[in-house]
Ligand binder design. Structure first.
Ligand SMILES: NC(=O)c1ccc[n+]([C@@H]2O[C@H](COP(=O)([O-])OP(=O)(O)OC[C@H]3O[C@@H](n4cnc5c(N)ncnc54)[C@H](OP(=O)(O)O)[C@@H]3O)[C@@H](O)[C@H]2O)c1
Length: 276
């Protein structure tokens, strides 16, 4: 059983990644993101999920520096954006992310979306920076099974992570099973469905019976389903609340009840039809 915010999962290359991290999508660069990152780290988070697309890597880097926690104790993820995909442009974008973050290496670098005709070249660039030791693990985001199958045919290094939209209305059972079979760890984005699941009566009832908040029940459900989770908040009390999920356990029956809320419903784009 997981007992602390600093508990990790071992990825397919032996690197350890925290089960819980802070997401910073749509968090404004500058003081807002600096404060969220510092607040998360102060309250025990060790993993931060950003992306070049979020336009806040500079502030994330500043928050990391000001946190006072040694770099090697942190786990920092960034992602290459769609318009930067391709071999040379990915290498450039990777270096730019490092510069903005003020870091010498990343812990995880992801292909943000499976851009048709490009993601294989992009993956080669990720393999290169991985082999050079500039990133400790590489992975993908928003890949469906057929994207993964296609990548696995001729990649040299297997993706360690697939970060996808995942919450009780989108439980991704087949994708998770495929990832498990292939040693790819699933990671949940929008784990709280952007706040839209917090009034669901099933979740509210389960939360009440454990004297926990609905957000905590959902995030605990992620962990018990063996899915890494990266809730976003810019409010310190919620950053603390979202991490306080290690003192209770959902029963099998409760897990099943939450699993059965699935509607295959997305808040974001579908990886098979996205147009950006
Ligand atoms: N790879 C991708 O394509 C992709 C796509 C989307 C997101 N992501 C990553 O996943 C992270 C999380 O996803 P997300 O930001 O879309 O959504 P989310 O974490 O599901 O939800 C965030 C929303 O819920 C609110 N919230 C957070 N904790 C709460 C709590 N305890 N009680 C009530 N409300 C709460 C936040 O508001 P406040 O901030 O005001 O508290 C915010 O509006 C992102 O930040 C990003 O790092 C990746």
């Amino acid at each position: 059983m997981l007992t602390s915010l600093q508990d990790t999962v071992t990825l397919n290359n032996g690197v350890k990644m925290p089960w819980v991290g802070l997401g910073v999508f749509k968090v404004e660069d500058g003081q807002v993101v600096v404060d969220s990152v510092k607040s998360a780290i102060k309250n025990g988070y060790r993993s931060i999920d950003t992306a070049s697309y979020y336009n806040n890597e500079k502030g994330v880097g500043q928050g990391i520096k000001e946190s006072g926690v040694p770099r090697e104790e942190l786990f920092i993820t960034s992602k290459v954006w769609n318009s930067d995909q391709g071999y040379e442009s990915t290498l450039k974008s990777f270096e730019l992310s490092l510069t903005k973050l003020g870091l010498e290496y990343l812990d995880l670098y992801l292909i943000h979306w499976p851009v048709k005709g490009k993601y294989k070249e992009t993956w080669k660039a990720l393999e290169k920076v991985y082999k050079e030791g500039k990133v400790r693990a590489i992975g993908v985001s928003n890949f469906n099974i057929h994207h993964l199958e296609d990548l696995l045919i001729d990649c040299e290094i297997k993706p360690a992570i697939n970060q996808v939209e995942y919450h009780p209305h989108l439980t991704q059972v087949e994708l998770q099973e495929f990832c498990k079979q292939n040693g790819i760890q699933l990671e949940a984005w929008s784990p709280l469905k952007k706040g839209l699941l917090l009034n669901d009566p099933t979740i509210v009832n389960i939360a009440a019976s454990h004297k926990k908040a609905p957000s905590q029940v959902i995030l605990r459900w992620d962990l018990q389903n063996k899915v890494i989770t990266i809730p976003k908040s810019i409010k310190e009390h919620r950053i603390i609340e979202n991490a306080d999920i290690f003192d209770f356990q959902l029963s099998e029956e409760e897990m099943e009840k939450i699993n059965s809320l699935n509607l295959n419903e997305r808040t974001g784009a579908d990886p098979d039809t996205f147009n950006f």
